[in-house]
Design a protein around this ligand. Structure first.
Ligand SMILES: [Zn+2]
Length: 261
């Protein structure tokens, strides 16, 4: 029974797994889905689909990275214009995502360029490291210009006080299905971000296949807090869905020089 083996293998519904397979097949004829461990894990992603996943092995500006001694630079704050509204929460087979369902448009402006908010999802533990250390969870807010340029905003989560703004999402982590329309909640997206605005910025890639480069990365240096119970809800949905850190090569990593903001 194919559907049963899919369900067993990926821990998601057969429908979601079948969708992933279909995507891979359409792209290249490959019949294997990528994973985070074993023979289809990160070091093998290119071999799964040498045409579309080549950058995963051959790229020179890949993400995530270990952030060490970023260069202090006078950066203009990211400007978030997030509009609260209805969110669809769904499990894509690799993580749980939330996407706006309404017509309202949320944006972030970085370096004078406005990027439209598309979705957030998470990795556990964090994909980026700070001086070789992981946070328990990292959330990626993914944005895109009309021309297809990508900017991702990373937010670390550490254990602490319960985070009521996140509760609508965290309570659905383990019940979300492959269908965003099946799990809808109200989210005030702006309130999901850290209060402090200092970020680390560098040019990188998507952290999942095809690992496309040209992604503007912006990682908040201050984590947000959630209760351990909330963090456990992330871990119950997915744990170990983080790509290992990649070589920095000759890239510059900048951090805002403003002491507190
Ligand atoms: Zn991500």
């Amino acid at each position: 029974m194919k559907s049963r083996s899919f369900k067993f293998k990926f821990g998601v519904t057969a429908v979601a797994a079948a969708t992933l397979i279909a995507v891979a097949s359409t792209a290249s004829g490959a019949a294997v889905a990528w994973t985070y461990t074993g023979a289809t894990g990160p070091s093998h992603w290119k071999t799964i689909d040498p045409t579309n996943y080549a950058a995963c092995a051959d790229g020179s500006a890949q993400s995530p990275i270990n952030i060490v001694n970023p260069v202090r630079t006078d950066l203009v704050n990211l400007k978030f214009s997030y509009v609260k509204g209805e969110a669809g929460i769904f499990n894509n087979g690799h993580t749980v995502e939330a996407e706006p369902l309404g017509a309202e448009k949320s944006t972030v402006t970085i370096g004078g360029v406005a990027y439209t908010f598309a979705q957030f999802h998470f990795h556990a533990p964090s994909e980026h490291e700070i001086n070789g250390m992981h946070y328990p969870v990292e959330v990626h807010f993914v944005h895109k210009t009309d021309a297809g340029k990508l900017a991702v905003v990373g937010v670390f989560i550490k254990a602490g006080k319960e985070n009521v703004e996140w509760k609508a999402f965290t309570d659905k982590l383990t019940v979300a299905t492959a269908d965003p329309e099946a799990t809808k909640v109200e989210l005030d997206w702006a309130k999901l971000l850290p209060a402090a605005s200092k970020t680390v910025r560098y040019d990188g890639s998507l952290t999942t296949p095809g690992c496309s480069e040209g992604v503007k990365w912006n990682v908040f240096t201050t984590p947000i807090q959630m209760s351990q119970a909330q963090i456990n809800q992330f871990l119950e949905a997915y744990s170990g869905n983080n790509r290992p850190v990649q070589p920095l090569n000759n890239r510059v990593v900048a951090v805002d020089s403003t002491p507190t903001k």
